[in-house]
Write a protein that binds this ligand. Sequence first.
Ligand code: ATP
Length: 322
Amino acid sequence: MIEVEDLGRTFVVRRKTGLLRRSREEVAAVTSVSFRVDAGEAVGYIGPNGAGKSTTIKMLTGILVPTSGRVRVCGLDPSRQRTELAKRIGVVFGQRSQLWWDLPLVESFELLRHIYRVDPAAHARRLAECTELLGLHEFAATPVRQLSLGQRMRGEVTAALLHAPELLVLDEPTIGLDLESKERLREFLAELNASRGTTLVLTTHDLDDIERLCRRMMVIDHGQVLADGPLAELREEVSPERTLVVDLERPAAPLDGLPGVVSVRTEAGGLRQLLSFRRDATTAARLITLVADRAPVHDVSVIEPDIDEVVKRLYQRRSPVA
Ligand SMILES: Nc1ncnc2c1ncn2[C@@H]1O[C@H](COP(=O)(O)OP(=O)(O)OP(=O)(O)O)[C@@H](O)[C@H]1O
């Protein structure tokens, strides 16, 4: 679906250095990025501000021409075959609208139907489906400029899907949305990927989007890919520690000295004990048996390192993957 090889993009910026003088400087937004995305995948593309995410997305969708490397999307060269590509992919920019500001939402959809030459029956079917799943009824006749951000984003996603694209590219789709709107959108996108097999590539600063939607995460920084893989594997790679939370029947002294346990923290005067352990040294099941030999156990749970911690550690590593 997507093939990217040594992709790079530099920008020339001119800075004022004196009253009449300007210096010319090259900024490398994307240095050398390579990856493949297969049909049906859901991939999260993350990185700090200025990492090169939007620049990559713009090259994937044909908005920007790469300065080096190669990119193919749906077998097409995005910048040279932009019109053809537009029929095969959908694009949503959280910070930019593709809707007509003064027109009611439904009329924007109708215009898009003409632009993409979608068969009226197929258009009506898809619109009915999105209206139902994204709850567009209440505001379909409202001019876009009067919509709330959450309502507009639901409209943007619908607009991007009316021509039934194989690939949906989203640049920060949940930015500025409240929790409920985020969740609604995530649910819709997860379903789109699972039941229709629509390939998803999205950039985000909200790691819950990744946790909820993406089986694979790509981390970029300074224009280079730092890490690429399933979230579970990246978690394992940078944070091999887990925490076993044990609630005891009665308070006890810290359960020190158990094999494989790195540290023990107690709460509620020893009633709750948090045993941090390495997965390669022991298992939660083995630890529970050992703990139960020492003190009666009321309840247990395991805490995985959260995604923010994983990403923080990936940024700290800062060495690009080959
Ligand atoms: N049109 C442009 N002209 C000059 N520099 C640019 C241009 N577009 C992007 N850049 C620079 O390229 C780098 C990467 O920008 P990009 O927008 O791709 O980052 P990003 O990862 O999407 O960031 P954010 O999370 O803040 O949206 C930044 O240093 C940015 O200033």
